[in-house]
Ligand binder design. Sequence first.
Ligand code: CS2
Length: 440
Amino acid sequence: MTPGVVHLGLGAFHRAHQALVFEMLQNQYGAQWGVFSFAMTNAALAEQLVSNDYRYHVRIGDVDGTRWHFCHAIRQVGVTAQDRQKVIGAIAAPCTRWVTLTVTEKGYTPALAQILVDGLRARWQSKQAGVTIASCDNLHQNGDRLRALCKAVCADQADLWTWVEACCTFPNSMVDRIVPATTPDLVQACAQATGVVDRAVVATEGFWEWVIEDRLAVPADAALLRGAGVQVVADVTPYELAKLNLLNGSHSALSCLGALLDLETVDQVMAQPDLKAWIEALMMQDLGFGLQREDWPAYAQSLVRRFANPTLAHRVHQICNDLSQKIAQRWQAPILRARGAGRMPVQLAMAAALAIRYWQGSSESGRTYTMQDPGSGDIHSQAAALAHDPRQAVQALGRMESLWGPRLSQDEAWLKTIEDSLQSIQKLGIRQALGRLLSV
Ligand code: CS2
């Protein structure tokens, strides 16, 4: 029997999060929950998994210790960039019931939608049942967004789209588990602990959460998912915003901070009492402001503990990757909530100043670093060119709608507050500037 789940984006996150949920479901309900997983471009990873017989190790670590798990959720692999037809064939296969995606913020392109739509067309033409198409990326209303992309690609195929609307669903979802990119150190630690050289190994924390909207092509799947610990709810928005704003929002801020202070990992940043105090203030005063998830203060406190997890060694520069794509998803909503309530989110203005300072490309001690963020060359060159003129730097970068949206890019009081923060960083240095902000 072919696997029932087709996944796009065989990255570390998928291997340590959803794959483990599908493994639980497979253990109970069989191969219909097996995963046919496609790397987007990483052929070496796919080859490693083939030579591992599709299995790989997961190190689950918290302050009180680590344990190893050998995951067998994945049954087949491919590489989207090389095997387009294989992806389409997998989506169209009679056994397929779910398509899941973790392709990162920048992956939501018409080309992605085209491959999905080609697969759906093949299903429709061969009269197969509909599927649940679950976007699991850190995007506000990820399912709605994917559906809109697919709909645009189907603009002149009304019959196909009518079938998609009637038989397939695009639930919104929130996924949460910290899974850093695999490093050579982890491969070595795995070899020492298990005796196996496994380049597909991943490290993660004990915590995981998956909340998905109850809009599934096969409604009975909801009960099975719940049995595996997934929350299937009527409205994901409160969970999604709490996670995007509090976790991802503070992750991006603390990563810029770490990069600028030559700190390598998230736990190293959290080990500095002054930096930790600022991150807590950022969450409690600004990122959490106006959230609907009722237990958000407890969630924020749990994040402080999760970020301090020393077993993860989550590199700040990894989180800074694609920063220009992440800001709109993570910071815009809390800034708008505060501005809408007549408040000035001063900690977030400092985060914005840190991002502008980060884009200059070197740390406070003068160490240069590489920024991986395709399409952001203009941002980087403007930040570097205006490094000595905070006012002009904020005028240039704070007015970019792609980062801040139409309202904030015209909000003069907000722009002035970023400028004040950038001035303060320049005059006092980052740590003093943060200290001053905390003492107000
Ligand atoms: C991180 C996320 O790299 C990043 O941008 O903020 O990958 C984060 O670790 C996950 O979303 C946690 O659920």
